[in-house]
Design a protein around this ligand. Structure first.
Ligand code: BTN
Length: 265
């Protein structure tokens, strides 16, 4: 498939009719060529072994979803690479919002980077997810999965949604338009950091968050569970939760750098 707009934005754009995982395909390209350029992009509509965060699988119906992986060399040096997954979440939220037309859909980012959609009939349905992986040389692969044309019956879980379901009156966007929209936002935010506008980008990430200011349950990688108010981001982009005190004890601040967040209301 030809993706002319996306090709213009990426330094190299590789379309695959099918692959196991675009993150793995891009990792192999980098392993084979240490000079693989910054902002190389791999895209497919058919992944046979897509991977999600925290070791989960990413299930995506062929032809109705998009998988995009982007190679970032030395991104966001001034604020630190731990911000890159959060910035990618904001870029995705902004890129996808343009395909919803005038439909009454609110898109927000669940920390660290799931794009959730809410409208009159459904709340916090997952439209898109991101798996960011660091390579041994410090480069980052940002892997993005987007539910484009799935019907209700084709959703991988009842908590998911798709662009087609959110904006049924809109034409289903073509792959080039979606990839280009996301790349434009992501590269724009990364360029802003390179130009010194760190605080502006952090403010965008904060404004796009659906998590900050809400009651959450955090499931931590070791199995611990914390409930409380998601209050702010640290200088590294970790989530600060004011954990509810047990039996009248004082609330305590817990810094969550990795884990799964559930919004409680
Ligand atoms: C998540 O929500 O858990 C993250 C899902 C990330 C899926 C994308 S699809 C493109 C890239 N290739 C993969 O194998 N995973 C990511």
């Amino acid at each position: 498939m030809q993706l002319p707009r996306s090709q213009h934005l990426a330094s190299e754009l590789i379309w695959l009719d099918e692959t196991t995982s675009t993150n793995d395909a891009l990792r192999e390209l980098v392993a084979a060529n240490t000079e693989q350029p910054n902002r190389s992009v791999v895209v497919t509509q058919s992944q046979t072994a897509g991977r999600g965060r925290l070791g989960r699988e990413w299930i995506a119906a062929p032809g109705k979803t998009l998988a995009i992986s982007i190679l970032l060399r030395n991104p966001a040096q001034s604020i630190g690479t731990s911000w890159v997954p959060l910035i990618a979440g904001s870029a995705l939220r902004r890129g996808l919002a343009t395909f919803l037309g005038s439909s009454e859909v609110a898109l927000g980012v669940k920390w660290p980077n799931d794009v959730l959609a809410s409208n009159a009939t459904a709340t916090n349905r997952k439209l898109s997810g991101i798996l960011s992986e660091m390579l041994p040389d410090g480069s980052i692969i940002v892997g993005i999965g987007i539910n484009i044309a799935l019907t209700e019956a084709e959703l991988p879980t009842p908590k998911a949604t798709s662009l087609a379901l959110l904006a049924p009156e809109q034409p289903i966007p073509d792959a080039d338009a979606v990839v280009a929209g996301v790349l434009e936002e992501l590269f724009g935010l990364l360029d802003a950091i390179d130009l010194g506008n760190d605080q502006h980008v952090k403010d965008i990430v904060t404004a796009d968050s659906r998590t900050l200011g809400t009651q959450v349950r955090a499931l931590l990688p070791g199995g611990a569970v914390i409930e409380g108010l998601a209050e702010r981001l640290t200088g590294d982009g970790a989530l600060v939760i004011i954990a509810n005190g047990d039996h009248g004890s004082e609330p305590t601040e817990v810094v969550v750098a990795a884990g799964d967040i559930e919004h409680l209301r």
